[in-house]
Design a protein. Structure first.
Length: 209
């Protein structure tokens, strides 16, 4: 008789529990928001959840509504520890997006009020200068609640920054596309030219730099 395995992408505390069983006391999840946009910072967050009070509904931030992300953002900071780092478009242009993201990850982990004994990093890369042992988890925001929590902190923070940017640099629609390369955004760049938060090392902006 065939066996059917039902898979789920909802993150859980499995990875953290295994590390705690090995003697690691505080496990940080680390994730970013904004690697791909043409404008704005990349935002990186680190989060340590209290195993006894994990907010319900944690998931990859991209799978949640804006209202749900906002509610979980408040719940995460009320029950756990979070640290958020922004890396500017100018720094991204100077050192490239991968290096900027890795720098932000290390800074976010070091900025936590309680230093973690282990860090779970979303993706394939691990910063070389983390202050603790770590492991990279591909699609970690769908596997680890700690990474999912970090993804929510990063996404909400970045969206708030881009909404604010829309008032400083009107006409680009930053509050609608959050800096991603939509048709609306590309048309605005063609009509208005780049502004100070555009990433001039990214195509199609590079020829304008």
């Amino acid at each position: 008789m065939a066996k059917f395995i039902i898979s789920t992408t909802a993150p859980d505390f499995t990875h953290e529990a295994a590390l705690i069983a090995r003697g690691f006391s505080h496990i940080a999840g680390v994730d970013e928001a904004g690697r791909g946009p043409l404008a704005g910072p990349v935002v990186v967050a680190a989060c340590i959840l209290d195993p006894a009070t994990i907010p319900q509904g944690l998931n990859d931030s991209k799978k949640l509504t804006a209202a749900k992300r906002e509610a979980l953002y408040e719940a995460i900071l009320a029950t756990g520890y979070g640290a958020i780092v922004t890396i500017s478009a100018q720094t991204i242009d100077a050192i490239n997006i991968r290096a900027a993201t890795l720098r932000g990850m290390a800074e976010a982990v070091r900025a936590l009020a309680i230093q973690p004994s282990f860090a779970l990093i979303d993706g394939r890369d691990v910063p070389s200068d983390l202050p603790c042992p770590s492991e990279a988890l591909i699609k970690g925001d769908a596997r680890s609640v700690s990474i999912a929590a970090a993804s929510i902190l990063a996404k909400v923070t970045r969206d708030r920054l881009m909404v604010r940017a829309a008032s400083f640099w009107p006409g680009y629609g930053f509050d609608q596309h959050m800096g991603y390369g939509t048709a609306q955004h590309l048309e605005a760049i063609e009509n208005l030219g780049p502004c100070p938060i555009h990433r001039m090392s990214f195509a199609p902006l590079k020829p304008l730099g």
